[in-house]
Design a protein. Structure first.
Length: 146
């Protein structure tokens, strides 16, 4: 991307630049943007998506996705494994969802197994699958073998 450049060395009598002995600074890496990456309604992706940022799916993804926050729009669909910190589902999901927080809107259509800590299912959402909590809630009794 863009980086700060060192001033060019003045040429010596041989016409070649003199070596100043300094190493060039490593390129500066841009910080992640707060805007999500958007897969538009007319886009179909077959493959895997992995990012440290946020993703919004309005089209169709046939494959796995890993993101910080994933939003699936009303017309969006994901067929595969989702791994994220937070998932907001307004469209269709088939497969498996592993996230800290999962929220299903009233337009959600989910045929998936969920692994989560916090789950919200709005009235009218469709869910068919298995639900598993990642961590035990505080004060929960532990299972003991008898």
């Amino acid at each position: 991307m863009f980086s700060k450049t060192q001033p060019s060395a003045k040429p010596t009598s041989s016409g070649k630049p003199a070596d100043s002995g300094k190493k060039a600074a490593p390129p500066v890496r841009a910080k992640a943007s707060n805007a999500p990456s958007i897969l538009s309604r007319d886009l179909v992706i077959t493959g895997e998506i992995s990012t440290d940022g946020d993703v919004q799916v309005e089209g169709r993804l046939e494959g796995n996705i890993k993101a910080t926050t994933l939003t699936i729009g009303e017309q969006g669909s994901v067929n595969g494994k989702i791994t994220a910190g937070k998932v907001l589902i307004r469209g269709k999901v088939t497969g498996k969802v592993d996230a800290g927080t999962i929220e299903m809107a009233e337009t959600a259509n989910v045929l998936a197994d969920l692994i989560q800590d916090h789950l919200t299912i709005a009235n009218g959402a469709f869910f068919d699958g298995k639900c598993t909590r990642k961590t035990k809630p505080a004060g929960a009794p532990s299972k003991s073998k008898s």
